[in-house]
Design a protein around this ligand. Structure first.
Ligand code: SF4
Length: 384
């Protein structure tokens, strides 16, 4: 416990970078194209010894904090490069090490290129859910998500999604992850994603900071290109029925109605995610790699250190502090409890560190204000 009575929140989500390389070369990738280039020194694949050390540490952490359910995220690079047999063994090892009452929910986040029937059968055997990254239509997706030689990845991913939509595998489908590209039409993007019938779509804002703003956003401009793009999608989604859940919108609605968020993108819920790199080093969220080389590092590793040591790391404490970590501008903002200052790395500015509003401040303010207005209109109509 800290002097002011604040206590760290245990980790409940463990992101394992089972393979450090990728078979795509996406323009905006936070691992390969941003300030941090630490992937270059990583082994290609996680060794069995590191998997076993991670299993032991996760089990130990769950037992120490009385946790009965954890989430294991198989990530990369591209995790399917590790092969279905490796992934099966990793999930089995982590479940075997956990106490019998601890539920280990597993999900693989893939670019879909290698997602074939054999891989899906293997995931089905171990109830591993599958999330796929896709940025919309063939034209939209291929603006950024291509092979290193420039070839389109869309047909491969669309083929994988057709398999995932089959009745035999549909229950494994966790959703689509789409990075917003202002060069793509928002309606065309949403409709293209919805055609693959995902249970959930998560829109991610491209990573950026005040000194390295995201594409199409000038740091101090009051223009709201990302807010406008997302509002167009929101209006399409909100007015339709039977479509997928859109995580960002649902989180904002929950927060506006007084609930909590389950995502770090908005709200003030303490972060519960820790990253275990391919070589066993313990890191903070990958998105910090946008800030500078080594920004996600903790100096700890899964062989020599318990995960409790990472809970005391200043960067992880800051991502758990919520309100206390906000800038004065944010604490006096009418949407502070909904926005939460946006994603932590997006607040970075040299000199003042992370105690700033998000580089997406104007976009978030406009989006939240719009969603609030739509909700208020609906509530008024339904109470007439
Ligand atoms: S909208 Fe801007 S000022 Fe308000 S909480 Fe979000 S980042 Fe902070």
């Amino acid at each position: 416990m800290y002097a002011n009575g604040w206590q760290p929140h245990p980790f409940r989500q463990f992101l394992l970078k089972v393979h450090s390389r990728c078979n795509l070369a996406c323009d905006y990738c936070y691992v390969y194209t941003l300030a941090d280039q630490s992937w270059r020194s990583q082994p290609k694949i996680m060794s069995p010894e590191i998997v076993s050390a991670a299993a032991k540490r996760i089990a130990e952490h769950a037992a120490a904090h009385g946790i009965s359910a954890v989430r294991l995220i198989l990530h990369g690079g591209e995790p399917l490069l590790a092969g279905p047999a490796f992934l099966r063994e990793a999930v089995a090892a982590i479940r075997a090490a956990a106490a019998p009452h601890v539920q280990v929910e597993a999900v693989v986040q893939t670019n879909g290129v290698l997602l074939d029937e054999r891989a899906l059968r293997s995931f089905d055997d171990l109830a591993v859910k599958v999330g796929v990254s896709l940025d919309g239509s063939a034209r939209g997706n291929d603006r950024n998500r291509r092979f290193a030689d420039g070839r389109s990845s869309f047909a491969d991913v669309a083929g994988a999604l057709a398999l995932l939509m089959r009745p035999a595998f549909r229950h494994l489908y966790s959703g689509l992850l789409c990075t917003v590209d202002l060069g793509n039409d928002p309606i065309e993007t949403y409709d293209a994603l919805a055609q693959f019938q995902p249970p959930m779509i998560d829109f991610l804002l491209p990573h950026g900071t005040w000194d390295s703003p995201p594409p199409g956003r000038t740091a101090d401009s009051e223009r709201t290109p990302y807010g406008d793009w997302l509002i167009t999608v929101f209006d399409r989604w909100y007015g339709s029925s039977g479509g997928p859940e859109v995580r960002l919108f649902q989180e904002i609605i929950n927060l506006l109605l007084g609930g909590a968020s389950a995502s770090e993108a908005v709200g003030l819920t303490p972060s519960s995610l820790v990253v275990i790199e391919t070589d066993g080093t313990i890191e903070q969220t990958d998105s910090l790699k946008v800030v500078r080389h080594g920004a996600a590092a903790t100096g700890l590793n899964i062989v020599d250190h318990a995960l409790d040591a990472a809970l005391r790391h200043p960067g992880i404490v800051a991502r758990q502090l919520g309100w206390e970590a906000l800038s004065d501008t944010c604490t006096s903002c009418r949407f502070a409890r909904v926005c939460g200052g946006g994603l932590y790395p997006h607040r970075y500015r040299p000199g003042t560190g992370f105690r700033n509003p998000s580089v997406y401040c104007h976009d978030l303010y406009r989006l939240i204000g719009h969603i609030r207005s739509r909700l208020v209109d609906d509530l008024r109509r339904s109470s007439r």
